[in-house]
Design a protein around this ligand. Structure first.
Ligand SMILES: [Ca+2]
Length: 279
């Protein structure tokens, strides 16, 4: 996740985004009932021996609208909190946590960490606001009203990428194909969940979200989002964000808005935050 892409990395980025866009996906406007019929047909397909053929469930993304996003932001975390968006911005020294008006996109407040660390995933849960760091192996508790808003919390092995909370645990990604359930008081790993789709591990799991039933994960350097059933992590659905979502950068940043019944999606160097529903 180095901010400074060399020409080869930039070329690869473009190639990967093009490849992901060319993957089969239901067109916008296909009715949900049609999708359900197709899903039932796929699920009922059986081989010559009667065995159920592996399904590769693809979802549909409905774009509802967009609000402005500071295109300079290297988005590492996005959540909805108390009716506004919170964004964790990566990079050193530009890392900060900021509040964003979900109707206008206006930045309501921002708290820089003054180059102390490369901020990654953020989540508010268990009466706290947790922030991960990229390579520093240090998590922080964030309090924007405190004299020192970033208090060191717990250390961890490896890199910090996405962060969310599900049930009684924090859940983070680290760029691998696994999700890590952690004790919210100690940050100790209590469960590791490998994520696979169509029989293959899903690498580079990045920004995360939990909507009460499903875990959602961006895949780094692609337009792909994966929905993972919290109760059965083998139940995975793949979504491809449409071309109008973040054509200028890397999609990364997904926030569930329970009140509005939609997701906000943005990304690194993206000029908008899109309102979407996943079907
Ligand atoms: Ca999120």
């Amino acid at each position: 996740m180095d901010l400074r892409l060399n020409p080869m990395q930039a070329l690869r980025h473009e190639q990967e985004r093009e490849e992901s866009r060319n993957r089969p996906v239901y067109k916008q406007g296909v009715k949900l009932t049609t999708l359900l019929v197709l899903a039932i047909l796929v699920a009922s397909c059986r081989g010559d021996r009667g065995d159920v053929l592996p399904a590769t469930p693809l979802g549909q993304v409905e774009v509802l609208g967009a609000i402005p996003h500071a295109g300079s932001a290297w988005t590492e975390g996005l959540i909805v909190s108390d009716g506004s968006l919170w964004e964790s911005v990566g990079g050193v020294p530009e890392s900060e946590i900021r509040g964003i008006d979900r109707e206008t996109g206006a930045i309501l407040w921002s708290v820089p960490n003054k180059g102390a660390f490369f901020a990654e995933g953020v989540v508010r849960a268990f009466g706290r606001a947790y922030v991960l760091s990229y390579k520093e192996g240090q998590s922080y508790l964030f309090d924007r009203d405190a004299a020192d808003p970033f208090q060191p919390f717990a250390t961890y092995d490896g890199e910090g990428w996405g962060l969310t909370a599900a049930g009684s645990h924090l859940v983070n990604s680290n760029g691998s194909s696994s999700l890590f359930y952690r004790d919210p008081d100690t940050f100790e790993v209590v469960r590791t969940v490998p994520v696979a789709y169509d029989g293959h591990p899903v690498p580079k799991l990045n920004e995360l979200e939990f909507d009460g039933q499903y875990l959602w994960a961006h895949q780094w350097q692609t337009s792909l989002v994966y929905r993972i059933a919290e109760s059965d992590p083998s139940d995975v659905v793949q979504y491809t964000l449409p071309p109008e979502v973040c054509p200028e950068g890397f999609p990364n940043g997904i926030a569930w808005d329970e009140e509005l019944d939609l997701f906000f999606v943005t990304g690194q160097r993206c000029n908008s935050i899109w309102k979407v529903r996943f079907h």
